[in-house]
Design a protein around this ligand. Structure first.
Ligand code: FMN
Length: 182
């Protein structure tokens, strides 16, 4: 077998080889209104009309509990200057403290949902949960996008290489491959 032939992969290798995946924060609030945000590589657009997205949350995630309680989330895309905070949201839990403060991030009110928007976002998609679908060891949340805000102008947003590293790519295709996380 040569290195040009298909060979059987582990799932870990397949996820690595299908990277990068756009990396986004899903902001949410717990039952008491306390804000939190989770870093996600597993999400996608899934409907044009109405606009809908799907996110995949591990059952143990604190954010999964928040989204089950509030039935809302905001997909918040950050630029490369907030890579460190975005990485913290993907590696620390908000269950025991204010993760957003630790990540150097703040929130502003959303327009259509009670879940907050991360103030440093360059794009923010406010979503209401329409379906909840268990899928293996994760749960899919299909969200209808009720409000879309953004800052047009070409900021590089974050992408993940598996769970291991962030890079940043702009809409013009220019990339920063040395974002220092991880
Ligand atoms: C690059 C990257 C991608 C991630 N993607 C997901 C994902 O799609 N779904 C998920 O449930 N967790 C994902 N995680 C893990 C969560 O962000 C992490 O467990 C987080 O600490 C959960 O926070 P919470 O307990 O405050 O909800 C990812 C982490 C990283 C670093």
């Amino acid at each position: 077998m040569t290195d040009k032939e298909l060979r059987t992969l582990t799932w870990d290798e397949a996820v690595t080889l299908t990277s990068p995946h756009p990396y986004v924060l899903a902001s949410c609030a717990d039952a008491a209104g306390r804000p939190n945000a989770i870093g996600l590589g597993w999400w996608t657009i899934c409907s044009w009309e109405p606009p809908m997205v799907v996110i995949s949350l591990g059952e143990p995630r604190y954010s999964r509990e928040c989204i089950d309680a509030g039935q809302e989330f905001v997909l918040c895309f950050l630029g490369e200057e907030h890579a460190k905070g975005a990485w913290i949201c993907g590696t620390k839990s908000g269950r025991k403290g204010d993760k957003l403060a630790g990540a150097g991030l703040t929130t502003i009110p959303s327009l259509k949902v009670k879940a907050p928007t991360v103030a440093q976002s360059v794009v923010a998609l406010e979503c209401a949960v329409r379906q909840r679908v268990p899928a293996g060891d994760h749960i899919l949340y299909v969200g209808e996008v009720l409000s879309m805000r953004g800052i047009p102008g070409g900021a590089k947003t974050l992408f993940s290489l598996h769970y291991r590293k962030l890079i940043a790519i702009g809409p013009d295709g220019n990339a920063s491959l040395s974002v220092p996380f991880k």
